[in-house]
Design a protein around this ligand. Sequence first.
Ligand code: G3H
Ligand code: 13P
Ligand code: ZN
Length: 331
Amino acid sequence: MIVTTKELFQQAYGKYAVGAYNINNLEQTVGLFRGNLGQKNSNDDPIDARRSAPFIIQLSRGARGYTDKRFLEAMIRAAEEIFPQAIFAVHLDHGTEEAAYDCIDSGFYSSVMIDASHDPFDKNIEITRRVAERAHDKGISVEAELGMLGGVEEDIAVDAANACLTDPDQAVEFVERSQCDSLAVAIGTSHGAYKFTGSQGLHFDRITEIQHRLPGFPLVMHGSSSVPKEWVDRINKSGGKLGSASGVPEDQYLPAARLGVTKVNIDTDGRLVWCAVYRETFRDKPEDFDPRTPGKPFMAAYADYIAHKNQKLGSAGQLENVRAALTGQPV
Ligand code: G3H
Ligand code: 13P
Ligand code: ZN
C-alpha cells in the first residue's frame, strides 16, 4: 500500500524514525521489500511481524536517469503487488523543480523533495511554495531543505562548522512561508562514505533548538549512513580501496528520532553491502559470470541489513500499528 510520507510521519513522530532507502535496480528493490517485511531469502519466507516496518523508497534523479525511470517505477508497482502487506511511500530524492513536477504529474509518487537549498533563502521559499501548492492539490507530501550539508571535518573551527547548520529561526519562517510538510535540516551529517574523521556525531543541541521552535514538525536527516567498518573492511579485503571512513553512529538514530527526526535517509550503506557481496562473490568464484550468482546473496544480505537498520531506527515491529492507524484494521 502506497501512502504519503505525511501519513507515515504522523504515526512515527517523536517515537521512531522511518527509514528512507535509495534504490537503483531490481536486486535492491527485492531486498528492500523483503527486509522491511522481516523476510530474508525468498518472497515465500514467512513475514516476521517483529521485524516488519513501514518505509520510504526514494529515487534520486540519478536513479531515474540510470536507465529509464519507467523501469524503476514498474519494479515498484510489481513489488507492491508481490508484497501486498508492505506499507511505504514513493519519494523523489533531491528533486529540482522540474523533476518534482514530473513526479507530481505522473500520479505515482506520494511524496517529493524539492531541494533548493543552494538558492538564497527567499528564492528557496518561493520555489518550495510553488512545488508545495502543486503537490498538495494532488495530496502529495513535500520535503524541502534548509541549510547546507557538507563534510564537517574535525579540524574545521566550530564556528565555521556551525555556519553550515540550519538556523532554527530561519527554519520557523521557512516552514510557515513555504508550506512544506517536512524539512531536511543540516545537523552535522554529509552525503557519502566520508562523513567524519573522528568520533563526531550529530549536533543534538541544534536538533533540540529546532524542535523547540517547530514542535511536532517532522525533520529529515540526510547523509545518515553509518558506514559500518565491517562492510568497508570486507570491500577492501576483496580488492576495494575505500579510505578509512565513518558515518552516523547507529545509536544516535533513536535519540534524534525522539527530537523529531522522523525520516532518516540511507543510501551509502546499501551501496557498501552491494559492493562487498559482489566483490566477494566474484573473488571466490572466479570461474563464474552469472549475474544471479552475486544477486542472490546480495538480496539476502540487503534484506538482513534493512531489518537491522529498522531496529536501530525503532521502526521495526511498527508495520501493523501503522496499518491499524491508517486503515482502521485491528492489529
Ligand atoms: O543524496 C544523494 C543520494 O545518495 C543519491 O545519490 O544521486 O548518486 O543516486 P545519487
Ligand atoms: P548517505 O550518503 O549517508 O547514505 O545519505 C543518503 C541521502 O541523504 C539520500 O538523500
Ligand atoms: Zn540526501
